[in-house]
Design a protein around this ligand. Sequence first.
Ligand SMILES: [Zn+2]
Ligand SMILES: [Zn+2]
Length: 349
Amino acid sequence: MTEKMKAARFYEVGKPLRIDKIPVPRLGPEDVLVEIKACGICGSDIHIVYEGVTPTAYTPMTLGHEPSGVIFGIGSEVKDWKIGDRVTINPFLTCGQCINCLSGNSQVCLSRRVIGIHIEGGLAEFLKVPAKNLVYLPENIPFDQGGIIVDAVATPFHAITNRGALKVGEKVAVFGCGGLGIHGVQIAKVCGASLVIAVDAIDSAMERAKKVGADEVINPRKENPVEKIKELTGGVGGDMAVEFVGLKETIEQAARSVRTGGRTVVVGLGPETISLPPPTTFVRNELSFLGSYGSTILEIRKVVDLVASEKLDLSDSITERFPLEEVNKGLDHLHKKIGNPIRIVIEIK
Ligand SMILES: [Zn+2]
Ligand SMILES: [Zn+2]
């Protein structure tokens, strides 16, 4: 097999990734080598490359935490997988031993590591991962969709079904309809929400939200989203608001839009300090205010099943594709929102 591979590596904040030729990783007994076909790029990559908000564990680092591909090599102890299997990859490496892993919350494993942030990522021709991180990808899911499932779709799935624990018939407001939020709208519909209200300041994003099933859309530049959500819910407020933006303003709007007893789930990442309502409101209204990060491998499997069975349609989710050599163009488009991206995918082969 080839000794060297191409990888898109991060050296320094504000500098383009470099396409380096580096050695193909060597496998441990429980690892597999995946020949990467596609890898989504994410807001988190923008935080790393342009903003320096999320430092990588070391540099140079191969970025990319939404990869999918085909098994190319197998460690000596790996069972249940064979060369040629189509796979997507849970980007969270977890210990399986800590209190959170043992309680089924491996997304907050105490020694959690994320591929493409703490260890080598998927913007490369090959990726070494523990076999336990693989999820089988059926033939009817293309690799690009398989890649984005693990973060852009599984993250809102976890936020809505696990942290927010959406029940059939509930009313949900989704703040931010970009790469994660647009899938939040779809998942809320699939899970039986009676009313899904999408909030986004970009008109084309709202049109998109409508197309994938939002019942109502609100542009906060034109209407007060808190008042409008109250109005659309008979003056009561939504059962749940999910925030995918990560700004103080939108998080606080989300929190004010829910009913007494309602819950706010924050998924968007950002550096600003957020404030809670005074205890006289927070306590008496029994408000829940929840963070939500990533997902478990079980949730990724469920999302794969929803896509494979055509309950969840991701066919419009990938707005642009670039070859590995043009990864910086892809990052630039995502950063500047050129072409109003949902997800941009780097196609490796
Ligand atoms: Zn991500
Ligand atoms: Zn753990």
